[in-house]
Design a binder for this molecule. Sequence first.
Ligand SMILES: [Zn+2]
Ligand SMILES: [Zn+2]
Length: 279
Amino acid sequence: MYFTFFGLVGALSISNYVLIGFVLTFLTIVSVTLYLHRSKAHGGVDFNPAVEHFFRFWLWLTTGMKTCEWVAVHRRHHAKCESTYDPHSPIQKGLWRILLLGWLEYNRSAKNPETLAYVEGLKSNGLPKDWMETKIYSRYKWLGICLLLLTEVLLFGFAGLAIWLVQMAWIPFWAAGVINGIGHFFGYRNADTPDNSRNIIPWGILIGGEELHNNHHLYPTSAKFSQRWFEVDIGWGIIRFLAFLKLAQIKRVSSFPVHNEVWERKSDEFSGFLSITAG
Ligand SMILES: [Zn+2]
Ligand SMILES: [Zn+2]
């Protein structure tokens, strides 16, 4: 009976369960923003193969999302931003729909051949195509989530089930909902980008730095999202730490010109981005 309720780890305090849940979900957020977004979709940073594979494994285990689908949907978002072809524009589809059902819009777009064209041919360079990707991660995308459920119930009993449910809702809500919805609706703008992107709050911690969405739309290929002295991008801090350990190679960093009232774009960064999204 004791085992059934608390699993192999035994009973823990509520605060410990909350801490475990937070660490696990934060790891998933980090995998999304560092690996899927800054590295694979935009090429701002490269990771050591072992680190990269850890991100892939963790995303398979906790989200079931396929790298090429995520990258395709996201590149289409940048290329067609706020138009009827944007996979998840709150301007087109309404804020509440994206906030609560953004994951549904993501799933729908990920199956669309027009979206998948963004990762075809040369545009797929750098995306994983190895045996694990084709035979396991892509073919059995639900297996990872099921293994996670089994492991957590075994370790933590009913609390493990609760932690798993929170994990399942975390990315659909915070990434597909809050970033794609609120990040294009409410917040401040540092730059007059040709879309409705916003910096939700200046401290990008809970969602790994993705809160600084207007900065990101100004410099899509930059590995660093913070721009002003009071802005915090925890994802950038983790990248710097991994680079210090020689586990990451920073490819592009963009920043506003100091002492310049007009935020300028650096044309070389946009030419790099457009070459992979064109078409
Ligand atoms: Zn956006
Ligand atoms: Zn992006």
